[in-house]
Write a protein of this length. Structure first.
Length: 135
């Protein structure tokens, strides 16, 4: 059970690390996706990339899991509202729809990991033997 939790955390964090790197490597593409009312331009893209990489590393390390996952869920919600929903009204609405579905799924996963982070820590502390608090 413990090894599966580690594998699950790594697989969940991996896309955020890759997306964070993409924010640094393909800044021009992300600037083109930004809505006109988001301030900062390239600085906002680079800051977002750094935050995604930091979140990925902290999730893999199992540090500040609840805070990181709730913050990540908030960031994904902002992406959905400011980038993907307006993108549905553009010529490339199919890509925006796929990105909307992807980020919605990741948002749900981040909320679920944050909710169960206490249980995951208990499992890790007891070497895979979980005892319910109600017993």
């Amino acid at each position: 059970m413990k090894k599966l939790a580690i594998i699950g955390r790594i697989l969940f964090a991996l896309p955020f690390g890759i997306m964070g790197l993409n924010h640094f490597l393909m800044t021009d593409v992300f600037i083109g996706m930004m809505s006109s009312f988001i301030p900062g331009g390239a600085y906002t893209i680079l800051l977002t990339g750094a935050l995604l990489i930091l979140a990925s590393v902290l999730i893999v390390m199992n540090k500040f899991l609840k805070t990181v996952c709730y913050s990540l869920a908030g960031l994904l919600f902002i992406f959905i509202i400011t980038i993907h929903i307006p993108g549905l009204y553009s010529a490339n609405w199919q890509i925006a729809f796929i990105e909307l579905l992807k980020d919605t799924g990741l948002l749900g996963g981040a909320i679920m990991i944050a909710q169960y982070s206490d249980v995951l820590k208990e499992i890790s502390a007891k070497n895979g033997k979980y005892k319910s608090k109600k017993q």
